[in-house]
Design a protein around this ligand. Structure first.
Ligand SMILES: Nc1ncnc2c1ncn2[C@@H]1O[C@H](COP(=O)(O)OP(=O)(O)OP(=O)(O)O)[C@@H](O)[C@H]1O
Ligand SMILES: O=P(O)(O)OC[C@H]1O[C@H](OP(=O)(O)OP(=O)(O)O)[C@H](O)[C@@H]1O
Ligand SMILES: O=C(O)c1cccnc1
Ligand SMILES: [Mg+2]
Length: 562
């Protein structure tokens, strides 16, 4: 399918393999909550700061009323870890921010602190993930890992939320549609804008209008033009250089304006189109001609500034037909207001009528891009009504995650000094799952993922063809035997610390995007549907189940009735 106009040269694909600094220079060791430093001090004062702790980073509920989430933000987490060192200036600020009674030895400790003794296992970026399963397992000296809590959650939260939002928009739009992220002006500040472009691409968008994101990440850039461009022109008389070379450079049209006007009058009096429109808007005609003279190979026009059917479409077609006469192929139109289903269908009929009447092959397939406050619901409504839109430009609802502003990612201590820890709560969904764990995805006969299972670190892994009991972590009666056809270990070592393990490579954003699209395509459709999707099963092994409940009983005080 023809894309909306491509601006600028193709950028080299960026890889993160070498690990350099975080994209946003504000990501420093100070990008954390004060209480992480006060706790770090108290750990240090207690002589406990080097005790080895294991934390899990996970979320409790899928966003947007769905039953899946796309994991994103890992690369930026690893870049934070790789660069985690305090400058003197930062240490001076921490010193000024903590009570005077804090001893200097703590600041000497911070001076020598980095993440060389921290080990991170994580699910690969772009994977489809589910509640309670650790997205990352962070192991290291407790004081350091505690400092990492806030920035790691921050880097994963919006990234995963907006990537999921993008995936959901892709799901409702369908594979064949071109999805353009137009959100920069509406995003929550510069970081929101850059992050949105990166993670929407990861979640399945095709391109962004955000030039900085194009340069930073090699994301394809696309764009059209605005209403201001159209209304800035008064009439074709103001066009000075009217000449246009033919596409193959074999001849030059000295007066492209007259050629367009001739086509406009042919359209007006044609059999098929006669009577649909009268005088079109001359400001718009001048704008379209000027745009075509500037970009004859990629001409795309915003047709709703004055009146779509009575002016925008006929003006566009006259310019497109004039370009066609010179061997160029116009790209299409953008609709940015009105009933997008109706207008796209009417526009399509007009293009098809022209193809037939003037025998211009492919004119009927002209690209129709739609924009204007689009979201999952409006795209779903357009689908139900029937439409002829080929590309959607989506801004506000996509990048601000209008339907749900945050993903509830948490960071919980699961083990210290090899002792499993649990966090209890009145609300059972908030009880943490203790122990340093391994996580697996088990696939069924039909190739779909069936269940994710957590086991203790030292339990034997599930085996293909071998029956394993999968238990709901908190509901005794919910359990199932699974005979996996394929077993995939989810947590991989992305930062080995001093463990001597191999480090997983950080793939390029393009590879992550492909992985994400593949993963989403592998899910059983009932987990993905918009209305009442089936929850995906997240479970623990029988051994881990027993241990959770043993620890729960151990830690929960027994009440006394008086
Ligand atoms: N056929 C349709 N079915 C459902 N929603 C639609 C349809 N066509 C457009 N929409 C949505 O309806 C809303 C129309 O918004 P609104 O009334 O503010 O804009 P408008 O009047 O079309 O244009 P303008 O931005 O010039 O005011 C947009 O969110 C748009 O995405
Ligand atoms: O609607 P969104 O999903 O956020 O997509 C981006 C919008 O930004 C542009 O115009 P802008 O909204 O700035 O002005 P307009 O509403 O007057 O067209 C564009 O025309 C889209 O309508
Ligand atoms: O290129 C476009 O059409 C565009 C870009 C940003 C916002 N709205 C539209
Ligand atoms: Mg708008």
């Amino acid at each position: 399918m023809e894309a909306a106009m491509a601006n600028g040269p193709k950028k080299q694909e960026k890889t993160a393999g070498g690990i350099d600094g975080p994209t946003n220079p504000m990501v420093t060791p100070l990008l954390t909550d004060l209480y992480q430093f006060t706790m770090a001090y108290a750990y240090w004062k207690a002589g406990k700061h080097t005790e080895r702790a294991v934390f899990d980073l996970y979320f409790r509920k899928n966003p947007f009323g769905g039953e899946f989430t796309v994991f994103a933000g890992l690369e930026e987490c690893i870049k934070l870890i790789a660069n985690f060192r305090f400058t003197e200036d930062e240490i001076a600020f921490i010193k000024a921010s903590l009570p005077l009674s804090c001893e200097d030895g703590f600041y000497d400790y911070l001076r020598g602190t980095d993440c060389s003794d921290v080990e991170i296992h994580a699910i690969s970026e772009g994977f489809v993930v589910f509640p309670k399963i650790p997205l990352m397992r962070i192991e290291g000296p407790i004081a350091v890992v505690q400092l990492l809590e806030t920035p790691l959650i921050n880097l994963v939260n919006y990234a995963s939320l907006v990537a999921t939002n993008a995936a959901r928009h892709r799901f409702v739009a369908g594979k064949s549609k071109l999805l353009l992220e137009f959100g920069l002006r509406r995003a929550q500040g510069p970081d929101g804008g850059i992050g949105a472009s990166k993670y929407c691409y990861m979640g399945g968008f095709d391109a962004t209008s955000n030039v900085a994101a194009g340069k930073l990440f090699g994301i394809p850039l696309r764009g059209t033009h605005s209403h201001a461009f159209v209304s800035s022109f008064m009439s074709p008389d103001e066009i000075i250089d009217k000449s246009l070379q033919s596409c193959d450079c074999s001849n030059a049209c000295e007066d492209f304006v007259s050629l367009v006007q001739a086509w406009l009058s042919k359209l007006k009096w044609s059999h098929l189109l006669g009577g649909i429109f009268g005088e079109t808007n001359q400001s718009e005609l001048a704008a379209f001609i000027s745009y075509a003279l500037a970009f004859p190979n990629t001409f795309l026009a915003l047709v709703d500034t004055y009146d779509v059917m009575r002016s925008g479409i006929p003006n566009f077609c006259a310019v497109a037909l004039a370009l066609n006469e010179l061997g160029y192929k116009a790209v299409g139109i953008r609709l940015d207001s009105g009933d997008l289903a109706y207008l796209s269908c009417e526009a399509r009929k007009f293009f098809q009528a022209i193809e037939k009447e003037f025998i211009v092959p492919d004119f009927g397939n002209m690209n129709i891009t739609a924009s204007n406050d689009l979201n999952e619901e409006t795209i779903d409504a357009l689908n139900k009504q029937g439409h002829e839109v080929d590309a959607f430009g989506i801004g506000t609802h996509l990048v601000t995650c209008y339907a749900q502003p945050a993903l509830g990612v948490v960071f919980k201590l699961v083990e210290i000094n090899n002792q499993p820890r649990i966090k209890l709560s009145e609300d059972v969904t908030k009880v943490s799952i203790p122990c340093k764990k391994r996580c697996y995805r088990l696939y069924g006969k039909e190739g779909y993922p069936l269940v994710d299972i957590m086991t203790g670190e030292n339990e034997p892994p599930p085996k293909v063809g071998e029956r394993i009991l999968c238990r709901h972590p908190f509901n005794e009666s919910k359990r199932a035997y699974v005979v996996p056809q394929c077993v995939e270990e989810l947590l991989k070592c992305y930062w080995p610390g001093r463990s001597g393990k191999d480090r997983e490579e950080l793939p390029s954003i393009k590879l992550i995007r492909e992985r994400c699209i593949k993963q989403l395509g592998q899910m059983r459709p009932d987990h993905m549907r918009r209305l009442n999707p089936t929850p995906y099963k997240v479970s623990v092994s029988a051994k881990l189940y027993d241990f959770i409940h043993f620890l729960w009983l151990n830690e929960a005080p027994v009440g006394e009735l008086q």
